[in-house]
Design a protein around this ligand. Structure first.
Ligand code: C5P
Length: 229
């Protein structure tokens, strides 16, 4: 596989919450045998660490210190073999998905110091034979030389419906209206923040997943990647 500028190639997949980018990125990485980075999980892990240590959400310096030093590890659950995120010795994979943690992640992500502290941590994932990274600023800030940048969207209503289905399947109760309100609030913060706002890189390919299945989107991304690798 050719290496651009001597560096392993990166496929960046950015988009708003619930656009399906995590599922798509993981699947593309698997198909290409590339490394996979869920950058949102890093922000969420720092958010959880800040809740555990009672660090205030506006204390940018203390949060940046946590972002630099928190013992976050992407690993496997020893019992199930599933991908897991560890904070110290604790498997926090399920905790990271809590609404409270996502909400806090999107707040601490507005601090420039926190973003800067996570930059190196994210770039270290760039390993042979290549990386698929998903987030909000993978193509614009973290990996501007990515060989393929995808901006994945879906309407807020469709994203709320998908989230509702996921929760119901997990046996949890949820109201579509309140999920939709949460999604809109998070979108507003991610799109409109001053530092690294969620936006499509100029050289990105936009894919609207509203009317596509996961497999259809994965195939599209793999087709695009094949032309560039
Ligand atoms: O993608 P996920 O919903 O797990 O991310 C949680 C929050 O972390 C997002 O709402 C966003 O504010 C922040 N984030 C970010 N930049 C990234 C990944 C996530 O600002 N690259």
């Amino acid at each position: 596989m050719p290496l651009l500028h001597g560096e392993p190639p990166v496929i960046a997949i950015d988009g708003p919450s619930g656009s399906g980018k995590g599922t798509i990125a993981r699947s593309v990485a698997q198909r290409l045998s590339f490394v996979f980075l869920d950058s949102g999980a890093l922000y969420r892990a720092v958010a959880l660490a800040s809740l555990n240590t009672h660090t205030k959400e506006d204390d940018a310096e203390a949060l940046a210190q946590l972002a630099l030093t928190a013992p976050i590890d992407f690993s496997r659950n020893q019992d199930t073999g599933d991908a897991a995120v560890l904070l110290g010795a604790q498997d926090v994979t399920a905790d990271l998905r809590r609404e409270e943690v996502g909400e806090r992640a999107s707040k601490i992500a507005t601090h420039q110091q926190v973003r800067a502290a996570l930059l190196d941590r994210q770039r270290r994932w760039r390993q042979p034979p290549g990386l698929v990274a998903d987030g909000r600023d993978m193509g614009t800030v973290v990996f501007p030389d990515a060989i393929l940048k995808v901006f994945l969207t879906a309407s807020a209503e469709i994203r709320a419906k998908r989230r509702h289905k996921q929760l119901i399947e997990k046996g949890m109760s949820a109201k579509i209206e309140s999920l939709l309100a949460d999604i809109r609030k998070r979108d507003d913060r991610d799109y409109n923040r001053e530092i690294a706002p969620l936006k499509a890189a100029e050289d990105s390919v936009a894919i609207d997943s509203s009317l596509l299945s996961i497999d259809q989107v994965v195939t599209k991304v793999l087709d695009l990647a094949e032309n560039r690798l």
